[in-house]
Design a protein around this ligand. Structure first.
Ligand code: GDP
Length: 455
């Protein structure tokens, strides 16, 4: 699917950096060259590629120092951040009108997927508790009105349209001429207001190519209904042409957001990466198939992760950075290698990891987590709570050396932390076992204490 080859090449370029302790300028230049070629081959506009590469190079060579990441990971982080920025940064949500109805106008070339999108958007709005209505203003293309009606029915939303069978020049609902899309749009809004629909989606006519008449009509509709959002709908498969079209619509009608369609196609996807930077307008939604559900809010960060093929592992890295206490980690690593880890250290480590969020969520962010669902279901934060409670019930001396905990103390600890004595015993036994094992392992691997940078 879309982005697969771009994704493969970007991950390939970044993979070569792995295992390098320090990156030279030559390493960075070579990686940037590969990224540049990958983007150009994916049809990303040259202007966008240039800026992107320049920013990555500058940041990579200035290389921000981070305790938790090695140089290669830092480059990945930089590429990811710049990718998110190119895709628009923050997720942009619909700006609903203070006084309903909110009017959303769709514009774009014929075949871009406007009508299909109208249905998907309506279905999505219904799920969010809205009561949308579709207004059919594409009176140019034969059958467009009927198509919107079919789409509306599928989405479970009413459609305001000229009477069926009225051809161009005939009379539509409310006495509007079917040839007058601006009149239909205006009446559609009135109708929506009267019926208390809180969102109106206005579908407009497209052409196979950009022309002045199309722009004038779209502009006329826009001026007549003053939409809260004008969404420019663009087929992501048309490559570089998407950029030209976007520029023409930005100038002709102006728009507040972009909808990318056909992201399920096997094209290279450069449009997605160019349109935002070229027009300065955010991508708001993504459409990826013929079914109503193949539609979602566009999240720049998630799309970047997907393009870099890394699940949400970058949020994980960020959270680790945020909560990472390097000194504490060094000390713990040193103790592990010497077999001196105490329950106190163990508790600290556990708290540090748990600050990052529920264990299930953390594991869920790892790539490939999709196939690990069963395993994840076994991980239980409650169990960890109990372990924490047990350790907290011990005195500092006991945490240092659990061997001194006798039977009556075990009972006290169990009662104090609301668990059974056997759970306390289990924890203590498992701790000794684990400590022994960790010391053996680090000995065998010749791991120097505190070498937390090796993966
Ligand atoms: P309009 O002329 O802009 O209203 O475009 P349509 O909604 O009629 O869509 C044109 C064609 O593209 C139709 O055959 C749709 O089924 C198809 N289409 C629309 N959106 C998508 C999408 O996200 N993925 C795929 N694969 N096809 C789509």
């Amino acid at each position: 699917v879309m982005f697969d080859s771009l994704s493969d090449r970007l991950t390939g370029a970044l993979k070569d950096l792995r295992g390098k302790g320090k990156l030279s300028d030559a390493d960075i230049d070579r990686t940037c060259r590969e990224i540049r070629l990958a983007l150009l081959d994916a049809d990303v506009s040259l202007q966008v590629v240039r800026g992107f590469i320049a920013r990555i190079k500058e940041r990579a060579k200035g290389s921000e120092v981070s305790g938790a990441l090695n140089p290669a990971q830092q480059i990945v982080k930089i590429v990811n951040e710049e990718l998110i920025a190119v895709l628009g940064g923050e997720t942009r949500r619909i700006a609903y009108a203070k006084t309903p109805p909110t009017v959303i106008m769709l514009a774009g070339l014929q075949g871009a997927g406007k009508t299909t999108l109208a249905g998907k958007l309506a279905a999505w709005l219904i799920k969010q508790g809205h009561t949308p209505i579709l207004v059919a203003c594409d009176l140019q293309r034969p059958g467009a009105v009927d198509q919107l009606k079919v789409v509306g029915e599928r989405a479970g939303t009413p459609v305001f349209a000229p009477h069926p069978g009225t051809s161009v020049g005939g009379e539509g609902v409310l006495g509007v001429s079917a040839a007058d899309p601006i009149g239909v749009a205006r009446d559609g809004i009135e109708h929506a207001r009267a019926r208390q629909h809180d969102v109106v989606i206005v579908d407009t006519a497209g052409r196979l190519g950009i022309d002045a008449e199309l722009m004038a009509q779209a502009k006329g509709i826009r001026d007549a209904v003053s939409p809260d959002e004008v969404l420019f709908v663009v087929d992501a498969m048309i490559g570089q042409d998407a950029v030209t079209t976007a520029e023409a619509f930005a100038e002709g009608v102006d728009f507040t957001g972009v909808v990318l369609t056909k992201l399920d196609g096997d094209a290279r996807g450069g449009a997605a990466l160019s349109v935002r930077e070229i027009t300065g307008r955010p991508i708001m939604f993504a459409s990826s198939g013929e079914k109503l559900e193949d539609f979602d809010v566009f999240h720049p960060d998630r799309m970047a992760s997907r393009i870099l093929g890394m699940g949400d592992v970058l949020s994980l890295i960020e959270q680790a950075e945020e909560h990472w206490d390097a000194e504490q980690a060094e000390a713990a690593a040193a103790k592990i290698t010497q077999g001196e880890l105490t329950l106190e250290d163990f508790l600290e480590q556990m708290l540090m990891i748990r600050k990052m969020g529920p264990i299930g969520n953390l594991l869920g962010m790892l790539p490939g987590a999709g196939q690990m669902k069963d395993a994840l279901a076994q991980v239980d934060d409650k169990q960890l709570d109990r372990v924490q409670a047990i350790i907290r019930g011990m005195t500092p001396a006991e945490r240092d050396n659990p061997k001194i905990i006798n039977a009556s103390r075990r009972l006290r600890i169990a009662n104090g932390s609301g668990v059974s004595v056997s759970e306390v015993n289990q924890l203590v036994d498992r701790f000794f076992e684990a400590r022994k094992m960790m010391a053996q392992m680090s000995g065998r691997m010749g791991m120097p204490g505190g070498n937390r940078r090796s993966n």
